[in-house]
Design a protein around this ligand. Structure first.
Ligand SMILES: [Zn+2]
Length: 350
């Protein structure tokens, strides 16, 4: 099969299109013909450099690529052959499903957790082998590109919005709204009935089709006032902050309403670990909750796909696609920050 391999860590030019042997599904596994794979800034681009903590788990030569959409092409021992031909969204994370951590819902602490495209060869390829339980059937009218984007960020977005208490009428601020996760949060927040205010360094790049109540510039020196204005003076009920930029935090904190919930999940705004300036008095006077979310849960993943079955879709314009052959170019675009929304590699059948 054709695959984008890397034989060493380094710049984007280590990504090479090669012919490699087809992977064979083992017991409990399926082989999926890849249609589209999400290119992830952290998991793919950073791991490729060799400087990310994930890099130590990679065995060279390697194939990057995690969450993807595709069609089940063959099955291993113990898997229903009737699944062949099923269109699926595949999540990159596999766990044992049996240990105490898995059974309590804290799957991220499973000792046997592995990531497709990190611990195992990934999906920048015509075929990928995954556990049958990680291949989720998707509706006929959902494109496999959108399936890949939702597999990547849909469930974690749902978890963050649940923890943030988002529902109809919630005035929700989404930081980093031009990114893959941020744009998913905005779309899902809208779907759940929230008034979504987007924040980013490039408000002009917010994909079309987003129904934002306001689209604000993170560099605005009067950001606090702009947020109060965007909420008609009532303040923010909820924030999902996946950037953790201390300056943005200092600006939105005074605009939080009584009982506001702020969810942090990831901290990509700063190469160093950002320190957030939390004023203690308003924190308790306004009963504000600051909450961390490590990852999603199997239950939330199930709920996300139920919402998709019931009609939730990402807005047009939030997904950019390049052919597999242009994997290096996709990495360059993501590194430069020029890319907004989801970036996918699409794979032609040969
Ligand atoms: Zn486990």
């Amino acid at each position: 099969m054709r695959a984008v391999t890397m034989r060493e860590f380094g710049g984007e030019d280590v990504l090479r299109l090669e012919d490699v042997p087809d992977p064979t599904p083992g017991p409990g596994q399926v082989r999926v013909r890849v249609a589209a794979v999400e290119v992830s800034r952290t998991r793919d681009v950073a791991t490729r450099t060799g400087r990310h903590p994930f890099s130590q788990f990679v065995t060279l030569p390697h194939i990057l690529g995690g969450d993807f959409g595709g069609t089940i092409e063959s099955v291993g021992e113990g898997v229903d052959p009737g699944l062949v031909g099923t269109r699926v969204a595949v999540s990159n994370t596999e766990t044992c499903g049996e240990c105490e951590a898995c059974l309590s819902g804290h799957t991220e602490q499973c000792a046997e957790l592995t990531l497709l495209g990190i611990h195992r060869r990934g999906s920048y390829a015509e075929f990928a082998v995954v556990g049958a339980g990680n291949a989720h059937p998707v509706p006929d009218d959902l494109s496999l590109g959108e399936a890949a984007a939702l597999a990547a960020d849909g469930a974690i977005a749902f978890t963050q919005l649940q923890v943030a208490g988002v529902g109809p009428g919630t005035k929700l601020l989404v930081t980093g709204v031009t990114g893959a996760l941020g744009s998913t949060l905005a779309a899902l927040g809208n779907h759940l009935g929230a008034d979504v205010i987007g924040l980013s360094r490039r408000p002009g790049q917010v994909p079309e089709g987003f129904n934002l109540a306001a689209n604000l510039d993170a560099g605005d020196p009067n950001l606090t006032e702009a947020l109060m204005e965007a909420t008609d003076g009532s303040g923010l009920d909820a924030v999902t902050d996946n950037v953790a930029n201390p300056d943005a935090f200092a600006a939105y904190f005074p605009a939080l309403a009584i009982g506001a919930r702020v969810v942090f999940s990831g901290a990509i705004g700063n190469p160093e670990l950002p320190i957030l300036p939390v004023p203690a008095a308003p924190l308790y006077v306004k009963s504000i909750s600051l909450l961390g979310v490590r990852t999603t849960t199997p239950a939330d993943r199930k709920r996300l796909w139920e919402l998709v079955d019931a009609g939730f879709r990402l807005p047009a314009g939030s997904i950019a696609e390049l052919p597999l052959e242009q994997a290096a170019e996709a990495h360059v675009r993501i590194q430069s920050g020029a890319q907004h929304g989801h970036t996918l590699l699409t794979v032609e059948s040969s």
